[in-house]
Design a protein around this ligand. Structure first.
Ligand code: DHB
Ligand code: FE
Length: 270
């Protein structure tokens, strides 16, 4: 039997949730060490790996790659809002507030195909939500894409912006099409993926955090049809109904791609 469970010791206050979740985690690792005959050498390698991970600052990255999609699945199971997805490690609060016509902050020579992202925010029964706040962020169009405020080379808050829905619950944002993203492959997370025989790519995506007074907040990502990494996302975060068509559109101002999505927000439970 496993040690320590259920013993009451004066002066020690067990946290029932920790007993419920972390004790089985420890038990399972112990079982695995026995089952796989883990050696002292491998055990020391595991310790060094975790120290490298902590020192590299990649702890949030590794947690997101391997576990956030599962946390998202649990968190969103009972929600009447539209489909959620992981936040990932690269959200930065405080992005510039944009006013219509909304244009994403970008360099004067920002590479990438022009993209117009538009849609609506409504209640589950179809009423427009006025003044809903969309916080949008995505990588640039270099391959692999990089994120401002995280990777060097872009001005602060490049390709990050906030905008609100209008009187009909509509929004429109002019930006550029992001590239597929590769998580750093030189650090401990990349080395582990390599040792697992897995690549470190995510399909191109647009992140959205959506909030509105009286409604449950929503975090999601939108993906593009035809992307080569949809079926092998390193973060396992793609959901079918978040894969959208990029439709070409033209106007006398030049051609662009359009990305359309209609969000639903469920009211807050009182
Ligand atoms: C992860 C998610 C992202 O959206 C991203 O851009 C990079 C990494 C992740 O889950 O690790
Ligand atoms: Fe991302």
């Amino acid at each position: 039997m496993h040690s320590q469970t259920g013993v009451e010791i004066p002066g020690i206050t067990a946290n029932p949730r920790v007993v419920d979740v972390v004790q089985p985690l420890i038990d399972r690792v112990q079982d695995l060490i026995r089952e796989k005959n883990v050696s002292y050498d491998e055990w020391h390698q595991a310790i060094h790996f975790m120290m490298d991970l902590a020192n590299s600052g990649e702890m949030p990255l590794l947690m997101d790659v391997f576990f956030e999609a599962t946390v998202d699945a649990v968190a969103s199971a009972a929600s009447a809002s539209s489909t959620t997805a992981i936040e990932g490690p690269y959200y930065v609060p405080g992005a510039p507030m944009l006013e219509p016509p909304c244009v994403m902050p970008q360099r004067p020579d920002e590479p990438g195909e022009p993209l117009v992202f538009s849609g609506t925010v409504k209640t589950p029964d179809g009423k427009p939500i006025v003044g809903a706040l969309l916080d949008v962020w995505h990588s640039d169009a270099t391959v692999p894409g990089t994120y401002s405020n995280i990777h060097p080379g872009q001005p602060a808050f490049n390709l990050r912006g906030r905008l609100q829905t209008d009187e009909q619950g509509r929004f429109e944002l002019r930006t550029i099409r992001p590239a597929p993203y590769r998580i750093p492959d030189q650090g401990p997370t990349g080395r582990l993926l390599n040792a697992l025989g897995r690549h470190s790519w995510r399909p191109a995506h647009v992140h959205v955090k959506l909030t509105a007074d009286g409604y449950q907040p929503l975090t999601t990502q939108l993906y593009f049809q035809g992307d080569g990494f949809l079926d092998s996302d390193v973060a396992s975060a793609v959901k079918d109904d978040l894969i959208l068509a990029l439709e070409p559109a033209g106007s006398n101002g030049g051609s662009h791609l359009t990305l359309r999505y209609d969000f639903q927000l469920a009211p807050t439970n009182h």
